[in-house]
Design a protein around this ligand. Sequence first.
Ligand code: COA
Ligand code: MG
Length: 269
Amino acid sequence: MHRARRSLLYVPADKPRALEKARGLDADAIIIDLEDAVAPQAKGQARDAACATIESLRPREVIVRINALSTPWGRDDLAAMKQAKPDAIALPKVRDAEEAIAARAATGGIPLWAMIESPRAVLNVGEIAGAGVAALILGSNDLLKDMGARHMPGRANLTPAMALCVMAGRAAGIAVLDGVHNDLADQDGFLAACRQARDFGFDGKTLIHPDQIAPCNAAFTPSREEIAAAQAVIEAFGANPGAGVIALDGRMIERLDLQIAERTLSRAP
Ligand code: COA
Ligand code: MG
């Protein structure tokens, strides 16, 4: 069974109102954040709030993003999560396979998700994906900062990292999730970024605001037209079981299109 991870909403663990609100939201997963969204003086209280909230967010998938293990808070975050047992722990600023393997050995069996958010991580993403992590999240804001780059239209300077993350995730057979869109008022740009992520092969996108959930879910859900087209491919091969290639509506379809069609239907609402 395909597990939908179209929309993953970050919720700062030091915002009780947002944690409360997250319960009723239609995101496929909630990422409770202890890291960048939480100020240093609020780390301890945020950790306690995260532990107290995980259960109330289920049956949704609940991930906790802890602080990097090199920070003053990372080890305490990890110890607390071993008790609180989220569905996964997201580890920021992973740089190589060695770090991923060491962290995975310390989670007490809780799946580890790796944030890919530095030039070094992008260059090592194949080995990180193969190090036993369960998902990759592109951390595009930190990545751009460390690249010394700026936000560009169409994310032109991020597309190599996006494609490498997808390659690495697919090669390892794990989920790959796109970074956030910062401009909350820019609905057209947000939708374009969701579609771009979908077309690149991402399973879903990380989000920062409840208003981003519905358009994101829609972008990562096959449309009625896509479902009808997939059904037509399946019917065409059903009617020609011995064929390798068929012409359908003036276009060549191959057996690989049958697999694509089946995947589309597995993601249909
Ligand atoms: N999760 C859950 N609820 C959220 C939310 C989130 N990420 N962001 C906003 N909300 C809630 C607010 O609590 C508010 O609820 P209420 O009206 O019932 O009180 C409602 O949605 C509207 O919020 P709004 O006023 O539009 O947002 P804001 O200006 O207060 O906050 C941000 C904007 C960006 C600061 C906020 O959305 C946020 O903190 N996002 C997550 C940031 C994050 O985690 N970053 C780290 C990863 S990149
Ligand atoms: Mg960050």
